[in-house]
Design a protein around this ligand. Sequence first.
Ligand code: BGC
Length: 535
Amino acid sequence: MAGAVIVSNGGGGRDYPGNLTLYVLFTCFVAATGGLIFGYDLGISGGVTSMDPFLMKFFPSVYRQEKADESANQYCKFDSQLLTAFTSSLYLAALIASFFASSVTRVFGRKWSMLGGGVTFLAGAAVNGAARNVLMLILGRILLGVGVGFANQSVPLYLSEMAPARLRGMLNIGFQLMITIGILCANLINYGTAKIKGGWGWRISLALAAIPGAIIAVGSLFLPDTPNSLIERGHADRAKRMLRRIRGTDDILDEFNDLIAASEESKLVKHPWANIIKRKYRPQLTMAVLIPAFQQLTGINVITFYAPVLFKTIGFGGDASLMSSVITGLVNAFATLVSIATVDKVGRRKLFLQGGAQMLICQVIVGTLIAKKFGLSGEAEEGLSRGYAAVVVLFICLYVAGFAWSWGPLGWLVPSEIFPLEIRSAGQSINVSVNMLFTFGVAQAFLAMLCHLKYFLFFFFAAWVVLMTAFIALFLPETKNVPIEEMLLVWRAHWFWGHFLAHDDDVHVAAANSNLELGGANNAKAKQGGTAVAS
Ligand code: BGC
């Protein structure tokens, strides 16, 4: 029967027939390259804004201030709001753009948002690479931000909809992997261009953003749209053909019928934005707001944006600082592979909890090490010994690894897989904009916070990690292997969120209930495991 699925809190769930086809692997790979533009941008601006010729040309007052600063207080050396405003303006543009992307994604399909993202990003790279004044620089940043807003809104949805349920985590995390590769490439490029004698290295760094922009722009032209989106837009026949192709089997009727049922339901909802605030969507809405906010409150972008500054702060030389950020970049990318390999087996919750614990321990250790060395004054009595510095870098790497297999990828995966079709696009926009808002906030506040909170900064983020880990433990149900259009059943089975869902307001639940009566064996089995069996 259509809609048949066993949902359990420990994951599991019905498997639709079909395999991982080369076609789906390829389309997901191409779509995931949308992560490159976000990653490139995350990685490039920190390095560029630390290049003297760039500062002299666009931010001479910041340059003079930095050179004139002779204070020995390490915590306050780099505090410039103007400069951080340049870095973070992009995230505000992305925040706003993701709301427009929501309509494009819903009405025209996922691929057009990806194309729009790629093309705008490309334009932004051109304007930035050719920048003659701050105005051009800011205009370029806004275009890049619009590109990121569109891509981050559509790519995770696309991946989650294309993937077979049991491999959704793995395929979706391709996006995060591309983000980390983008960051790493940007770090390496900055490392090279900073050495260019003529002082125009920053132009290359900014202009090379065109490469990831072109990859996703051209790639998206060849992408098919997802069956879910085709059905949503009234192309049921094309969706059926697409489903056969991506699943590599003719036996797709169950999945197809589920998509049709989801689409029928979604047609009842004319205004996703007005609907998303309804009580029955409270669990998903809560996740769409809190997961991205928490992702940023792990403090990861303190490392992404400011690793060179941070390493300089604790006494590394210029080259050593840049090298250390390349090391954390490598750790970030490789540790993401761990997540890809495990997310559909051990599930989302275990990764969240393990990663959270690891980040917490590392933050406390790093905070303590820095406190011991610099105390509250920010002045070290003598330089950092090599061994001491290596231990700090080691724990920063372990922290990054913890993030890279938990909050990094899951911060994009989970929100993209929990929304019912009718509000999926709007929900993802909320996810993107909250993420951007907090990225902006952390980027903007970090240098001032380092100056005022000193080593407490690490404990500040550690406290957030405690809170978010407790939140996951209590409120996030396991979503691994559950078909995306059946996710409602997971919420229904949850001890807390179940209260928010009325028992008769959707076709899945009707199907679920009738199947409960039929599926005695499954039912008993699932109940033993403290789980729910549905439809
Ligand atoms: C986050 C970014 C972060 C990156 C680090 C992403 O998931 O959204 O803010 O810089 O991971 O790898």
